[in-house]
Structures are given as C-alpha cells and as structure tokens.
Design a protein around this ligand. Structure first.
Ligand code: ATP
Length: 514
C-alpha cells in the first residue's frame, strides 16, 4: 500500500470505529472541521492528561490556567495578530483553487528533495556495499544541480517572506514553473495577504471598532495577559511556567490533510518565564524535555526530528519545530519558541499597566523573557493514530487491523467478554466489569464469536481482553489476552483489576520522563 492509500484507509478506519467524524456530515460537512466520536474523545482526553501531568504535575514551578476564547480586541493589536497574522494567498484563475504561496514553494522543494533521494537510492543499488553516500552527494551532477536549485529557491523564498515582498513570491512561483495541481496551468493571480483570524461581534458595545472581537488564534495570549495575576496570587518565582489547554481558531486558506490543519482546533501551550539572558539555556532544556515526551509514547524515535527555523517570527530570537513523520511526510507537530520579552512588553505598552517582576535574588525589576512550547492536540491525535495503525497477517493467514496505542493512551483499556451468552457467564463477566469500571474505561461485549470480538478490540486498540469461560465457574480464573502479542494467560478473577491497572497506568508512562 502506498502512504497515500494507507492514509486514506486510516481516515476510513477512524470514521468506521467512532474516532473522528467530519463535522455536520448530514449537511455534507464543513471544510476542515471535525468531530471526535466516542473513542476519539477518550484518546484525545488521554493525550491531554499525559501532557497536563507531564507539564503541571511533574514540574513544581509550572501551574495551569484556563482563560477565555473571547478577549479584549486590543490584545490582538498588541500581539501583532491584527497586522501580521497573515498567510500569502494565491489563486489559480483556471481552477479557481486557492493556495498558500509559501506552501506551493515548500511542496516544490519537497519534490526536489524527493528527486535527490531517488538518485541516492539508485546509487546505492548500483554501487552496493562500497557506496559512500556523502561522496555521492558531493559529486553526482544530478544531485548537485538539484541541491543548488533547492538552496537558491529557499533563499529567495525566505528573503521574500522576510521582506513581505509579495511580487517576489509570485515571481519565484513563475520561475519555478509551478503549476496548479488541479488545472495544470500557470495562470496565477497576484499574491495577497490574508488574515487568519475569525471575528465576531459583541452585542452591547458601540465603540469605534464596531464591537468586533476575535476568536483567539492561539491560547498563548490568555497566559500573557494573566501573567501578573498568576505570578502574584501563586507567589511564583522566576523561572516558572503557566500551562493551558484550549481551543484556537484559524481561517486556514488551505484546509487539507484531515485533522492536521483545522479551522477549529485545540492547543496545549506552556509559557516559561525566565531571567533575560538565560533564555537560550532554557530553550535548549525545553527542546530536550519536549522531545523526550514525544518519544516516550513509543511510535519510534526515528519518526521525530527537529527543524530549526531560518525565518524567525517577529517576536522570536530562536525557534524550532518538532516534526513527526506523518503519512504525508515529516511535518510540524510542536513549536518551541524563544519569544523574548516581546509579548509581555507589548501588553505593558498597549494596556498602560506595568508588567514587571521583582527578582528577590538579583534585587532588580525586569520584564521576563519567555520560552513557549506549543503543541496541537489534534496533530498529536493524528500522530498517535497514524503511528499506531497496523495491518498485520495473523497465523491463520487472515489480516487483522490493530491500533497499537501505548496502553496509557488507549481509549478502551480492557474488554470483558463472556465466551458464550449463557451458562451464567454474562453474569460473572458483569461482576468483573463492576470491579473495573471505577478506575478503567472498560467495555463489555457478548455479541458474535470470540474471534470476531478480539478483532473488534484490536481495531480500536484495546490493550487487554478478559475472557470468561466455563473454567471460570470452576476455578474463578479468566484468560487475559494481550493485544500486540495475542498471548493469553490464565489469571485469578480477583487479580484482573490490579494487573490491568498496572499495565495501562499513566504513571508508568510519566515515569519514563524522569
Ligand atoms: P503551520 O506552519 O503548520 O501552519 P504554525 O507554525 O502556524 O503551524 P503555531 O502557530 O506554532 O503553528 O501553533 C502551534 C501548534 O498548534 C502547531 O505546532 C500545531 O500542532 C498546532 N496548529 C497550528 N495550526 C493548526 C491548525 N490549523 N490545525 C491543527 N493544529 C494546528
């Protein structure tokens, strides 16, 4: 199966089993908006808990916050979003399709990268054992030509984006001979800036702004404007962090790739306030800490990488992305930014309120510097779904679809299955359910053959199945089946709760972060 086919089959699987549904589906859907079904919401909640506990509970100097989606409109002026939260947009006049100019160029660069990779693979096959990849890359004329082209396109693109030179962006698209993937033509409009913020109106104001307020495009600003509230009420000492999980909204130009890019999504953001001058040390520390959080999920260390930014946002003095190897390639999953004192400084300027911290150690007052870690909940769900999705051949030659979630993240932890729907087995199984349901998300299932029920639980990623059979009536034991190995062992009924709880424990996952 190609990656594209695999991704399509994953999307179908998530719908079929109740993870993710297109929003408003009976009205033909709403672009780039998705609903989480009965299993999706459990998975999402587990990921949020993993993040929250890793950030807030494991760090004594990080506290939580839940600020509102609606905020004073001046906040978005101060943050720079009203003036600069734009994407460069370009339309193809023939297909009437709309694209992000920078994304067209990024895709073009990815194609060149793909060509280089193909040449390297060819070289490997041709020269076999003695193949020296570094030397091949440094001397092969095709590779050199494409690498040079990439370098030149990337430089021109970054220069145009940094200078906000929209004509230069368009010229670059033309010079690269980029065609619209739908119409196949180069009939492009000029590039325009498009603000990504959604706006709405407050009913009871008639200020000069017409009562316009914005749906927040990030949760971060809610943290900055509460900096003093939290610092003072919590008697927080620098360095300290404020973490929050919440919805954000962006009117994305190109909405595709399922829940990777949505118009309504959720973020998990943490702002860590430090002494000016110490930010690079903390930036390095948070890069390492956040990467460890991702790798502990067990989707394969090789599937993560850092991508340091060449083009820095106006507020940052260092920035990196943690990229994940999604079915459509390595893409941003989390951003880590050293945002300097920009945000607190701007809110001080725009609100006219002093936002400073008195440092009892240095006996100085200053505006703290900030390191941000910002990760999309939905992108994390997609990473976990795509990393966990496996189609395997089993011993009898059949195929099984299995979601190999980390047990602590799995939506359903254990299924209790009476072998048959008679002989008092359902009653025993229900009693076992009663011992599990307070601590674990457990599912009872008595329909169909046991084999089909195991397949259903594999397909939703349930790590353990407990089967009640006639032997249970005799010796009070059940079989415990493990999802990945499919191994079965007999255990006493009274140990089911403790054994399963230990194996699916979030604590064990968090302990890996030590
Ligand atoms: P991109 O370059 O992919 O548009 P970004 O750099 O604008 O992302 P940030 O502003 O750094 O993203 O937001 C932090 C995180 O929020 C991202 O790493 C991503 O996980 C998530 N995120 C941002 N935009 C979206 C979106 N439209 N849908 C889902 N998640 C998003």
């Amino acid at each position: 199966m190609t990656n594209d086919d695999l991704f399509k089959s994953l999307i179908a699987h998530t719908k079929e089993y109740g993870f993710i549904f297109p929003s408003s589906e009976i009205y033909d859907g709403l672009a780039a908006v998705y609903d989480y079904g009965q299993l999706g919401v459990e998975l999402k909640n587990n990921i949020k808990k993993y993040w929250w506990d890793a950030m807030v509970r494991l760090h004594e100097n990080i506290v939580g916050l839940d600020s509102c989606i609606f905020m004073h409109p001046k906040i978005w002026k101060a943050s720079g979003h009203v003036d600069a939260f734009n994407d460069p947009l370009i339309d193809n006049k023939d297909s009437k399709k709309r694209y992000r100019a920078d994304v067209l160029l990024e895709d073009y660069l990815a194609k060149l990268e793909g060509k280089i990779q193909k040449d390297v693979e060819k070289g490997k096959r041709k020269f076999g054992e003695g193949f020296d990849e570094a030397q091949f890359r440094a001397t092969n004329p095709n590779v050199l030509r494409n690498a040079e082209k990439m370098e030149s396109v990337r430089t021109r693109m970054n220069e145009a984006l940094n200078a906000n030179d929209l004509a230069a962006l368009k010229q670059l698209i033309i010079d690269c001979d980029i065609v619209c993937p739908v119409s196949g033509t180069k009939n492009w409009t000029d590039v325009r800036q498009f603000n990504l913020m959604f706006s709405t109106q407050l009913s009871n104001t008639s200020d000069d702004n017409g009562g316009i307020i914005y749906l927040r495009p990030e949760t971060a600003q809610g943290i900055f404007v509460n900096f003093l509230n939290v610092q003072k009420s919590g008697r927080m000492k620098i360095p300290f962090g404020i973490a929050q999980i919440g919805k954000a909204f962006r009117n994305e130009i190109v909405a595709r790739q399922f829940i990777f890019r949505m118009r309504e999504f959720e973020q998990m953001e943490m702002q860590f306030f430090v002494r000016p001058g110490e930010e690079m040390k903390w930036f390095a520390k948070w890069k390492e800490t956040r990467m460890a959080w991702h790798k502990a999920i067990g989707l394969g260390e090789e599937n993560y990488r850092f991508h340091d930014h060449e083009k820095l946002a106006h507020y940052a003095n260092a920035a990196t992305d943690i990229e994940y190897n999604f079915p459509f390639g390595f893409k941003e999953l989390e951003g880590i930014h050293s945002r300097t004192d920009y945000d607190l400084g701007r809110h001080q300027e725009f609100s006219g309120k002093k936002i400073q911290y008195y440092d009892p150690e240095t006996k100085e007052s200053y505006t703290p510097y900030d390191i941000e870690t910002s990760i999309g909940v939905d992108r994390s769900v997609l990473a976990v779904l795509s990393g966990a999705y496996k189609i395997e051949k089993v011993d009898n030659g059949e195929e099984r679809v299995v979601m190999k979630f980390h047990p602590a993240l799995a939506p359903v932890k254990v299924a209790v299955l009476p072998l048959v729907k008679k002989d008092g087995l359902p009653e025993v199984a229900q009693k076992i359910m009663d011992t599990l349901k307070y601590d674990l998300n457990a599912q009872y299932d008595e329909k169909d053959s046991i084999g089909r029920r195991y397949r259903r639980q594999d397909a939703i990623g349930t790590p353990f199945c407990v089967t009640v059979d006639n032997q249970t009536l005799e010796d009070n034991t059940v079989t415990l089946r493990e999802r990945d190995s499919m191994n079965q062992e007999r255990i006493p009924v009274e140990r089911v709760h403790d054994i399963v709880s230990e194996k699916v424990s979030m604590t064990r996952l968090l302990e890996k972060l030590k």
